[in-house]
Design a protein around this ligand. Structure first.
Ligand code: ZN
Ligand code: ZN
Length: 247
């Protein structure tokens, strides 16, 4: 099962090497490197070095049987939309994740966000997420819960956003984006109940594309929780054939 959300040193917050993953696993690898403009966490534009990334993959593919695919995790931020589109133009990625990581002031994982009003942060984030879909080309809607990873959110609390979540997931389906099961959110930020709720919604809305991603930045997190996530999909009656890039 391909891990569709993975980082290497081409992301600002990872030191992992392609070889770490390639030597651990015999199947196909795709890395989805951070592309975060106006990143409040690093206080800069974080842009993968596409030339270096492509060249290293081409070189490694010769020794590793063409097992490496190119990917990107697009951190959508509306004020920089033109720059995002300009970067993506004429570049070739096998997999593009769509994420919303920040609001221009804070990355949603910044420590200070944990002290803010939960409902206010969720409202701000979910508006940005709903808007982001369809603005840039993408294959997967990554970690729908990123904006409230730091919070203990009950299903009842999330349900208060249900009309907006339904609009958001309908938009995701209309744009042919896969729904991501993000292992870091589910198992490390303990949002399994929220993902169960979201899975029920997206399935009812007619979603037939799902993606499994560890969101790993280190080898230890590669394919994190994949067995459990497969069980989760099975529990909701979602066939394996609906998992994108199954191989
Ligand atoms: Zn992310
Ligand atoms: Zn990521």
């Amino acid at each position: 099962m391909r891990d569709n959300h993975l980082h290497t040193h081409y992301s600002y917050d990872s030191k992992a090497r392609f070889q770490d993953y390639l030597e651990h696993y015999s199947g196909e690898i795709v890395t989805t490197e951070h592309f975060d403009l106006s990143n409040p966490y690093s206080k800069q534009d974080d842009i993968p070095d596409y030339e270096a990334y492509s060249q290293e993959i081409a070189a490694l593919n010769e020794g590793y049987g063409n097992r490496i695919k190119k990917g990107i995790e697009i951190g959508y931020f509306q004020p920089r939309e033109t720059d995002i589109l300009a970067y993506l133009e004429n570049k070739d990625f096998d997999l593009k994740l769509l994420s919303v990581h920040h609001n221009g002031v804070n990355d949603y994982l910044d420590e200070e966000v944990a002290d803010m009003d939960k409902i206010a942060v969720m409202t701000d984030y979910l508006d940005r997420l709903e808007y982001a879909i369809g603005r840039v080309p993408a294959d997967v809607l990554a970690h729908f819960d990123y904006g409230f990873r730091l919070f203990d959110v009950t299903v009842q609390e999330l349900e208060t956003f249900e009309p907006q979540l339904i609009r958001t997931f309908k938009k995701m389906i209309a744009h042919d984006l896969a729904f991501e099961l993000n292992a870091k959110s589910i198992y490390l930020y303990h949002h399994e109940e929220l993902y169960r709720y979201a899975l029920r919604l997206v399935k009812e809305l007619g979603c037939h594309r799902y993606s499994l991603g560890s969101d790993g930045h280190v080898l230890e997190h590669f394919q994190l929780g994949f067995e459990k996530m497969l069980q989760l999909l099975a529990e909701y009656g979602i066939p394996k054939t609906e998992i994108i890039n199954l191989n």
